[in-house]
Design a protein around this ligand. Structure first.
Ligand SMILES: [Fe+2]
Ligand SMILES: [Fe+2]
Length: 467
């Protein structure tokens, strides 16, 4: 048995002990306090070097980070029943989870609370290191930095050139220079060309998230997602270019915000918020200095934090409404931010981000814009790592046919977890002998946890398809 399994069992054992002791004694009683301390150490051990761990129910099996636990079900029964009764699919415990937070978890699950109540109580009690997650995905660890290798062909080359341009623009502004708008325009043209050729390979690359170069990757990602969405919504090339220019530069005004504020793992003070809120208007000023004349580019930069219902910043005049194009950037910007690891919370995977955003249709987002975005992404956006019913692991490369749950997948690990250069398979393929599909997605995985370089896989896939 691997040590991870042992650690998982130890954790569940401690959880059971904590339930028992917290039920019998007050939380400050030595027996209860010891049980909680044991639980905390078991959690630390299980977590190891990871940033987070997800426990949940999938087809009546307890899974930890996508790996099913099948030995000693008697150990898990208690926990599983509580999840089931509460209609809770999964829980992600983040590194830094405190003893207090674990106590709240034990206490609330012990009362068999339902999902909604659990969520409310977590919020009320300030439990920020335990997240309730959907388990059609496993929401495992936050993505680590994925290197963008230069000189790639096709989408990869477009992505890395865009990243270079953006990096240069930000650095020039930081050193008090005025960057050339010509470079950015050429990059935008490059990107629009890539989008028109087939937006899915570029969209897949937006799964590249970087912590150290967050602002640069974020700018490129928002540029790609905005232009892809604009194209989906039927905008012409000229409009796409203006929109793309604004999207690429939308956060340029953030150059003036100190790192300590951007990365503050806490609630910001009023003064800090005031600084953050200046970035759209600061951005417009820089764009104007650069000689950007496009009304659309200036407008989306100014309005990318304004909601569909007019809330947000900077404040609009009484009869003003945000431009429909700003609503496109707003959706792309929010989605990329939500799917990127942040200092105070783990990343949401694509599906979690979408379900959170859907709750804001009509308030934060234009419902029609959001609908188009959701349609465009599909259930498993390209770049999503998935475990298949065959036990193999793959990366979604492009949408399949009519069934959004059955895209094309490039196999990257065999059922033993060994890295392979597998084929690209169509999940629509039917096995007449088994009278079932040959492959079906079981769960979406975090590529970082599986050590999958999504960008590299997509790149290789693209090259193979082209060749
Ligand atoms: Fe922004
Ligand atoms: Fe942004």
């Amino acid at each position: 048995m691997s040590s991870e399994f042992r650690d998982a069992e130890q954790f569940l054992l401690s959880l059971n002990a904590a339930w028992k002791n917290l039920g019998l004694y007050s939380p400050t009683h030595p027996a209860a306090a010891t049980a909680l301390q044991n639980l905390r150490s078991a959690f630390e051990k299980l977590l190891g070097a990871r940033e987070q761990i997800t426990l949940g129910l999938l087809h009546d099996t307890l899974v930890i980070d996508g790996v099913p636990l099948t030995t000693k079900p008697e150990l898990y029964q208690n926990f599983m029943t509580r999840l089931e009764k509460g209609e809770i699919q999964g829980l992600t415990l983040l590194k830094g989870c405190t003893l207090e937070e674990l106590r709240h978890l034990v206490e609330l699950l012990g009362r068999n609370v339902k999902r909604d109540e659990l969520e409310q109580e977590f919020q009320r009690r300030g439990v920020s290191h335990i997240l309730i997650v959907q388990l059609s995905q496993d929401g495992a660890g936050p993505p680590r930095q994925v290197e963008v290798v230069e000189e790639r062909v096709g989408a990869g080359a477009i992505y890395s050139r865009a990243l270079q341009t953006i990096r240069k623009v930000f650095q020039e502004v930081r050193f008090g220079k005025v960057p050339s708008v010509g470079d950015v325009q050429r990059t935008v043209e490059d990107m629009v060309g890539g989008i028109l050729k087939g937006k899915h390979s570029l969209m897949a690359l937006t799964m590249i998230k970087s912590y150290d170069e967050y602002l640069f990757n974020h700018s490129v990602n928002v540029g790609i997602l905005t232009m892809a969405l604009g194209e989906t919504m039927g905008l012409d090339v000229a409009a796409l270019k203006e929109l793309g220019l604004g999207a690429l530069l939308h956060d340029l005004g953030k150059i003036n915000i100190p790192e300590t504020i951007i990365r503050a793992p806490r609630k910001l003070t009023d003064e800090e918020w005031a600084i953050i809120k200046r970035h759209p208007v600061d951005g417009v000023k820089i764009l104007e200095q650069m000689g950007v004349q496009s009304e659309i580019a200036l407008r989306v930069t100014k309005e990318h934090h304004i909601d569909f219902d007019g809330r947000g910043y900077p404040s609009l005049g009484p009869d003003e409404q945000p431009h429909p194009y700003s609503m496109i950037v707003h959706v792309a910007d929010t989605y990329d931010a939500m799917t990127t690891v942040r200092v105070y919370s783990g990343p949401a995977d694509p599906n979690q981000a979408i379900s959170r955003m859907k709750k804001l249709a009509g308030t934060a987002f234009n419902p029609l814009t959001l609908d188009s975005f959701v349609d465009m992404l599909g259930i498993y956006p390209p770049g999503t790592a998935v475990r298949l019913t065959t036990g193999e692991i793959g990366v979604v490369t492009r949408p399949g046919g009519e069934d959004a749950a059955r895209p094309w997948v490039r196999i990257v690990q065999d059922r033993e977890g060994k890295a392979v250069e597998g084929e690209e398979v169509n999940l629509m393929e039917w096995d007449p002998q088994a009278e079932d599909y040959t492959w079906t997605i079981v769960i979406a995985l975090d590529p970082a946890i599986r050590r999958i370089d999504v960008a590299k896989v997509l790149q290789a896939n693209e090259a193979k398809l082209a060749g």
